[in-house]
Design a protein around this ligand. Structure first.
Ligand SMILES: [Zn+2]
Length: 229
């Protein structure tokens, strides 16, 4: 059941934060996730942490080679409201330099704050915009970071959430959790059965800039830390 209107499309943008895992995960999970997207012919969008790209250059380079969009997910994956003006500028720039070096692609103009922290913070978003970026939030979180969640839980959250949202749904996932890998085949199969086409965020008519539902528990963190004084 497509919710894109009677004859309209039902586009779903899977987005993955590619970063250093903050919990243990199975070796090779990131590479197998890319394999799964290739196998299904799905183009997605990846928000890449600069230091992660430095640590995994071969995996990072596979992202654009697979037809996926590359965005900037900061360099140190810090909570951005805690950074000074100088820290914000240098983090965003260092990430861009590392991403260009290791993926061969410029992440401009796409940016996503770590943990969703700094969304709705005028100071942080001012620096993001000044560096030339648009912030990309999400409509539906797979909530794939807590260790107690299973692949079936993640699959269910994404499939139900995307169908309930309808056309233009942006979905938050991560590249490192085991349960994301476990959920991928079911997500793609069930959403295609429901009429979905997978799109990159640059193929959507609307990108949710300030929306970050479930962010308060993203990666176990408080969503919006207070601005540094
Ligand atoms: Zn992240």
């Amino acid at each position: 059941m497509s919710r894109g209107g009677p004859d309209g499309p039902f586009r779903v943008a899977l987005t993955f934060d590619a970063e250093h895992p903050d919990r243990p995960s199975r070796p090779g999970v990131q590479e197998r996730l890319l394999d799964a997207l290739d196998r299904h012919g799905v183009h997605a969008s990846f928000f890449v942490q600069g230091r992660w790209a430095e640590a995994y250059p071969e995996t990072a380079r596979r992202i654009p080679q697979g037809g996926h969009l590359v965005g900037n997910h900061s360099h140190y994956h810090a909570r951005m409201p805690l950074l000074s003006a100088r820290g914000l500028r240098s983090d965003i720039t260092a990430a861009r330099d590392a991403i260009i070096e290791h993926t061969g692609v410029d992440p401009l103009p796409w940016f996503r704050c770590p943990f969703g922290a700094g969304v709705g913070d005028k100071r942080v978003q001012g620096f993001v915009r000044a560096a030339g970026y648009r912030h990309v939030g999400w409509h539906v979180a797979g909530i794939d970071w807590p260790a107690e969640r299973t692949g079936a839980d993640v699959e269910e959250a994404v499939v139900r959430g995307a169908i309930a949202h309808g056309d233009g749904c942006v979905v938050l996932l991560h590249t490192w959790p085991d349960r994301t890998e476990d959920a991928m085949d079911g997500i793609v199969r069930r959403l295609r059965d429901a009429g979905a086409e997978f799109a990159r965020i640059d193929e959507l008519p609307f990108v949710p800039e300030d929306e970050v539902p479930d962010a308060e528990v993203v990666e176990g963190a408080a969503a919006v830390a207070p601005s540094a004084a």
